[in-house]
Design a protein around this ligand. Structure first.
Ligand code: NAP
Length: 284
């Protein structure tokens, strides 16, 4: 039976160390500040933004919300980002995704100054991740690495399979595993014989977005299984990509949903904001 990787407990440790750093920074006159921009009324985005604000407050960090109407123009949004780029009290800027369809999300991300891009989505930061020379890491993959470290799970020399190739999870996840000397395969919707590939994985990360997508026959006995998915089952209950009940007896470690990867993501956002505050105040 797999050991469950407890994202709540590990993220609490990360938040505790962030709180200590915030305290320390405040004593030298710097209060890390995060601006969260939300456009429109997407209910899931509203929950994410509220959680991020609460998490900032809990570690003593300043945060402010810019809630803009659905009708906001590209020009207005870019003007806000520009204004936040120029504010010395704001060290991190996060524009909550998805934006309404008429807005160009890519252009908005590129408008954020790379030193304030705490999501690490800007091309500059993506390039730094490719080079292995980074200060910010995208929050979800970074949170997963933190979980692997917390459970002393070695990556070096292991067969790692990532299902999903999004810019925010799959691709950076693969790079981080590669930087730790894993032998990495990325799978996607055009991958042939997916179970054959996933069965080779010592570490299997699923970031697909489909409930019960990863079944027991796709998992090698003893594998580490990381479930990034945040889906709703037929009863509207939050669930991951992995058929948890069937895979748990097979795996060596597994992340539950909820309580696995999700809590780590916000903790890493806080960590990135502290890093941004230090960088902008020449403390790094
Ligand atoms: P995404 O952009 O929709 O990417 C999904 C990926 O899954 C794509 O690369 C897609 O392949 C691949 N895929 C779809 N069907 C497949 C199939 N039948 N076989 C193999 N691959 C398949 O999603 P995302 O933004 O990466 O998010 C993935 C999941 O993680 C979602 O449930 C999301 O809610 C969750 N998530 C959770 C957190 C967290 O903090 N826990 C953070 C971010 C995301 P193609 O590229 O070929 O289309």
């Amino acid at each position: 039976m797999a050991q469950r990787m407890d994202g709540k407990a590990v993220s609490a440790q990360v938040r505790e160390s962030v709180a200590q750093e915030v305290d320390h920074l405040k004593k030298s006159g710097v209060c890390p500040g995060l601006a969260v921009v939300i456009v429109g009324e997407d209910p899931a985005s509203r929950i994410y933004v509220n959680n991020k604000k609460k998490a900032c407050a809990a570690v003593g960090m300043y945060s402010e919300e810019h809630a803009l109407p659905e009708t906001t123009t590209q020009q207005e949004l870019l003007a806000l980002v520009e204004q936040l780029n120029g504010r010395p009290d704001i060290h991190g800027i996060l524009v909550q995704s998805p934006l309404p369809r008429h807005l160009d999300e890519g252009a908005v991300v590129e408008a954020i100054h790379p030193s304030k891009d705490v999501d690490a989505f800007h091309a500059y930061n993506v390039g730094k991740i490719m080079l292995g020379n980074y200060r910010f890491l995208p929050c979800t993959p970074a949170g997963i690495m933190e979980l692997l470290h917390a459970y002393a799970i070695p990556v070096e020399g292991k067969r790692c399979v990532v299902i999903g190739r999004s810019n925010i999870v799959g691709k950076p996840m693969a790079m981080l595993l590669l930087h730790e000397n894993g032998t990495v395969t990325i799978c996607h919707s055009r991958t042939q014989n997916l179970p054959e590939v996933t069965r080779q994985a010592d570490i299997l990360v699923s970031a697909v977005g489909k409930s019960r997508f990863v079944t027991a026959d796709m998992v090698k006995p003893g594998a580490v299984v990381v479930d990034v998915g945040m889906n709703r089952d037929e009863n509207g209950k939050l669930c991951g990509d992995v058929d948890f009940n069937a895979v748990e007896p097979l795996a060596s470690f597994i992340t539950p949903v909820p309580g696995g990867v999700g809590p780590m993501t916000i903790a890493m956002l806080l960590k990135n904001t502290v890093t941004a505050a230090k960088m902008q105040n020449h403390l790094l």
